[in-house]
Design a protein around this ligand. Structure first.
Ligand code: BGP
Length: 468
């Protein structure tokens, strides 16, 4: 495989997972600062108070990324560093931090790819109903505009939101993310709509500023496949894709919600409270998306449920929820299959399904520009004589890069690949036990950074554009 010169090789992170410094320099508290302190909510009570202290060590981290030859670094801004209360007073020190981080990237020619919202919401907004409250949308638009004005001269790639399905579903169906509510489908759909509306408004504001950069959003991409070709399971896959794929991609790229889902939600009284103005703005914004970011980890294998199951199990060991759980409407469940490969956390490893999924995007949404904004292997990395030998990660990323190239050759428009993650970081529910980075962080030794085997391997991949 050989990637074109304008294809970006990058790696990603998110503020809460790396920065630490949770109350340093005027940052306000967030929903996650509070949530992780509730007993039993995270693995062994881990939290991001210190994380890997990227806030104080960003220079060292960016230098290591530069040494790896990274062409782009995707990171998120913590809203509460900029607006400690979500709205109102601005914290200049927060702005200074991101200016410094951006400049540090640019110093080495690393393209900063900035996510505005990667789940850490200022606590004052969380307390007022978070994304259920349309005031949060107004506050978000103000925050986004401030970021465009402060950073848009040097940041040419903005992601408005990361993975709406995850924070909405884990927050309001599984109860595993803030605000920890279970089985409230009405609220879940309302949150998704409010986020799409916020995305639309931010896009329109961005374009008004004529900053000539790119803006889009990142969705988790977990295409559903039936466990066999039976009619029932083919239907289950179609249904899952309508709710988990089209519900998220259609409003962004087509400007309206999928009819199949809308009709069912209306029948069940679960349709969001939406106004014609909001729907019109979503439609108006659709052609303004410059790209779509895809976070791909695994596909879903689904089977139709014949008898409704009431019980829903959540496990901290697996943030996607225990396999076998029914969908919110009891139509299908996800299944582990004997002939598939899985990570230690039961996430399926399937570069083949990645290629099929990317083709699905092309069939449905044509030539929209895509960035793979996350892909990686969560593992407990083996340490042999002091060296971090993360060979399974090398194999995983290699196979997924081959899949990306295959999709490009089949005509899918993909312009970059961001490994999750640049550096080891806090896994939302699995603490520091589950690692993803090219750079190891030694928690027993003052958070010392170490290059993993994958660091040297990825450096070679970038240098040769994937040829070796
Ligand atoms: C994505 C999130 C990331 C990251 C990743 C791995 O859904 O955008 O922030 O956490 O998943 O997830 P986990 O840490 O649960 O393994």
């Amino acid at each position: 495989m050989k990637f074109e010169n304008d294809f970006l090789f990058g790696a990603a992170s998110a503020s809460y997972q790396v920065e630490g410094a949770w109350d340093q320099d005027g940052k306000g508290p967030t929903n996650w600062d509070e949530f992780t302190k509730i007993p039993g909510k995270t693995f062994e009570g881990t939290n991001g108070d210190i994380a890997v202290d990227h806030y104080n060590r960003y220079k060292e981290d960016v230098r290591l990324m530069a040494e790896m030859g990274l062409e782009s670094y995707r990171f998120s801004i913590s809203w509460a560093r900029i607006f400690p209360n979500g709205t109102g007073e601005v914290n200049q020190k927060g702005i200074d931090f991101y200016n410094n981080l951006i400049d540090e990237c640019l110093k080495y020619g690393i393209v900063p790819f900035v996510t505005l919202y990667h789940w850490d919401l200022p606590l004052s907004l969380e307390k007022k109903g978070a994304w259920l409250n349309k005031d949060t949308v107004d506050a978000y638009v103000d925050y986004a505009v401030l970021c465009f004005k402060e950073f848009g001269d040097r940041v040419k790639n903005f992601i408005t939101f990361n993975e709406t399905v995850v924070f909405a579903a884990l927050g309001y169906l599984a109860g595993a993310h803030p605000p920890g509510i279970e089985n409230d489908a009405k609220k879940y759909f309302q949150v998704t709509h409010n986020v799409f509306y916020a995305h639309a408004r931010a896009l329109i504001e961005y374009k008004k500023l004529n900053q000539y950069g790119e803006i889009g959003l990142s969705h988790v991409f977990s295409p559903a496949f039936g466990i066999d070709d039976s009619e029932a399971n083919t239907f289950a896959a179609m249904h899952a894709n309508q709710y988990q794929f089209h519900w998220f991609f259609d409003p962004i790229l087509r400007g309206h919600y999928p009819e199949y889902v809308v009709k069912q939600l209306e029948e069940k009284g679960l349709a969001p409270d939406w106004t014609t103005e909001e729907l019109a703005l979503i439609e108006q914004a659709a052609p303004l998306n410059d790209f779509m970011g895809l976070n791909y980890y695994q596909p879903q294998r689904v089977e139709k449920i014949e008898e409704a199951v009431e019980k829903r199990e959540n496990t901290l060991e697996n943030s996607t929820g225990a396999p076998g759980n029914p969908s919110f409407d009891n139509v299908y469940r996800t299944v582990l299959m004997e002939d598939k490969r899985y990570t230690k956390w039961n996430w399926e490893i399937s570069p083949e399904a990645f290629v099929d999924g990317l083709e699905m995007i092309k069939e449905n949404y044509g030539q929209i520009k895509l960035y793979i904004t996350e892909n990686g292997l969560g593992d407990e990395d083996p340490i042999i004589e002091g060296a971090v030998c993360d060979i399974p990660r090398i194999n995983f990323i290699n196979d997924h890069l081959v899949a990306v190239k295959e999709a490009i050759d089949r005509g899918v428009h993909i312009k970059g690949y961001y490994a999750w993650s640049a550096i080891d970081l806090l896994s939302w529910l699995n603490g520091y036990k589950k690692q993803y980075g090219f750079i190891y962080v030694d928690h027993k030794n003052g958070l010392e950074r170490k290059k993993k085997a994958s660091f040297h391997w990825f450096k070679e991949v970038i240098a040769t554009r994937g040829e070796n």
